[in-house]
Design a protein around this ligand. Structure first.
Ligand code: PLP
Length: 232
């Protein structure tokens, strides 16, 4: 089992420094460890170092890991953060605690129907396309309000907030722009009466920019687990 205490500690220190710079409470930023492509053993190692929330992108890979780590289930929080097809919603509704990547009403409706009654509501975020033409995933900014209100009305789901994956940008100022757009959309929804508490934004390369703009969950893979190998 690898020792992940050091990289986790380094990420926590980055979050703390950025929160200080933003005059925010570091405790208001939650670390989601993105374990996609890494084995269950690495999740176990991160858990041993104190990490509790994990993000996964691929349904089958995630289900295998959740099963391999069933002994820790009560102590882990599983977040689905990848593209979700409508024929794969059932195991996600049954096995996960959060879905960050909802960008269509149909997906939300299926998750709501398929969420088992004995579980708490599934926490969901709307994925917003903050980079315009450059990427296709996510709802367009001008469609966020209508979709958010429709999803907030569904049973068995709890709409928590917004998520984005901006295009990489070269410097801090450029990184902050799409995060600021997401935060503005988030504030508009709250002003409009939705009880949202989550801005899921910031990855290994732009964590600081995201925290400066108000991120409440940062999704960090590479800086914790290392470079991903997609060859197998
Ligand atoms: C892979 C991934 C991450 C983690 O990215 P890193 O750059 O490795 O920190 C975060 N969010 C999403 C949606 C991802 O797919």
């Amino acid at each position: 089992m690898p020792d992940l205490a050091q990289p986790l500690d380094a990420v926590h220190r980055r979050i703390e420094q950025a929160a200080r710079d933003a005059r925010r409470d570091p405790g208001s930023v939650k670390l989601l460890a993105v374990s996609k492509t890494f084995p269950a053993e690495d999740v176990r190692a991160a858990h041993a170092a104190g990490q509790r929330a994990f993000g996964e992108n691929y349904v089958q890979e995630a289900l295998d890991k959740i099963e391999a780590l069933a002994d820790l289930r009560a102590d882990l929080e599983w977040h689905f953060i990848g593209p979700l097809q409508s024929n794969k919603t059932r195991p996600v509704a049954e096995q996960f605690d959060w879905v960050h990547s909802v960008d269509r009403l149909k997906i939300a409706q299926r998750l709501a129907e398929q969420r088992p009654a004995h579980l708490p509501p599934l926490s969901v975020c709307l994925q917003v396309n903050v980079s315009g033409e450059a990427t296709k995933a996510g709802v367009a900014p001008d469609e966020v309000a209508a979709l958010a209100h429709a999803i907030a009305a569904l049973p068995s789901l709890r709409l928590r907030g917004l998520m984005s994956i901006p295009e990489p940008a070269a410097n801090l100022a450029a990184q902050r722009e799409p995060h600021r757009l997401l935060r503005t959309l988030f504030e508009q929804l709250r002003a409009d009466g939705l009880a949202l508490d989550t801005l899921s934004m910031g990855m290994s390369g732009d964590l600081e920019a995201a925290v400066l703009e108000g991120a409440t969950i940062v999704r960090i893979g590479t800086a914790i687990f290392g470079t991903r190998d997609y060859s197998h």
